[in-house]
Design a protein around this ligand. Structure first.
Ligand code: KIV
Length: 288
């Protein structure tokens, strides 16, 4: 197992793949969550543009801005001492040109302090991956269901389910590796297809909804915790029902405030009896 007290690096991840050790990967969008994930020994953290939906209440991931991603990345990297942190390049921060891609990837590293960036797209993004990598910035590819192009791929649907589509994904994966990507994320793809990709690539292949044969697994932390209730993709396993815990706590608090039971004496600051007597006397003398 990777030493949880050591900073995870790209060589650590390559070593894990070589040894067949599974990599755990979770999203985080804030400091306390990143700290807890880091403490638990999660090897990789993604500051995902899914923050748009899970954290900021947007309808899609397309509307989060570069500045917002920088702010969230700064918070996460403050909390992640050991984990390898990947920052998502938001929509239109890398699509227009190599120059935009390098400048915005650089912002995520220099302002957000992430270890690497992620961008969506297969072979058509190979040039961008090469440009960013040539600038000394590690890039994770992302193929399969790519939420930033959900309209173009016909919605939030699984991908690679015909022989041709599956072969195209293998080609995309190889093109991204060839372009210098240090890792690849495969989303919502049949496990058998992701298994071939994992075996063909020398870089770590991470799965979100792409089965158990990949080198590691990613979940969106709000899905894992049961904190995002709008919809639950097929590939999610809920490990907790934090929404229910929060609901109960908020309702209890509201009831205790309404009933005058909170705050109790133990939550108040004491004043000495003689000081209080002096205070009351002064108030009375002033006729307040
Ligand atoms: O933003 C994100 O969390 C992602 C996952 C949906 C893979 O990119």
């Amino acid at each position: 197992m990777a030493d949880a007290r050591r900073k995870i690096t790209i060589p650590t991840l390559l070593e894990m793949k070589a040894k067949g050790e599974k990599i755990s990967f979770l999203t985080a969008y804030d400091y306390p969550t990143a700290r807890l994930e880091d403490e638990a020994g999660i090897e990789m953290i993604l500051v995902g543009d899914s923050a748009a939906m899970c954290l900021l209440g947007h309808e899609t991931t397309l509307t989060i801005t570069m500045d917002e991603m920088v702010t969230l990345s700064r918070a996460v990297t403050r909390g992640a001492e050991h984990a390898f942190v990947v920052g998502d390049l938001p929509y239109m921060s890398y699509q227009p040109s190599d120059r935009d891609a390098v400048i915005n990837a650089g912002r995520l590293l220099s302002e957000g302090a992430v270890d690497a960036v992620k961008l969506e797209g297969g072979r058509r993004m190979a040039g961008r991956v090469r440009a960013i990598t040539d600038a000394g910035i590690p890039v994770m590819g992302h193929i399969g269901l790519t939420p930033q192009s959900h309209t173009q791929i016909g919605g939030y649907r699984s991908q690679g389910r015909s022989a041709d589509a599956a072969l195209a994904l293998v080609g995309d994966a190889l093109a991204l590796e060839e372009a210098g990507a240090f890792a690849l994320l495969v989303e919502a793809v049949p496990a058998e297809v992701a298994e071939v990709i994992t075996k063909r690539l020398t870089i770590p292949v991470l799965s979100i909804g792409a089965g158990n044969a990949c080198d590691g697994q990613l979940l969106i932390v709000h899905d894992l915790l049961g904190l995002f209730e709008a919809f639950t993709p097929r590939f999610v396993r809920r490990y907790a029902n934090v929404a229910e815990v929060m609901r109960t706590a908020f309702t209890e608090y509201r009831d205790e405030v309404r009933g005058g039971h909170f705050p109790g004496p133990e939550h108040q600051y004491p004043i000495k009896g003689d000081e209080l007597a002096l205070f009351h006397a002064a108030v009375e003398a002033e006729g307040r």
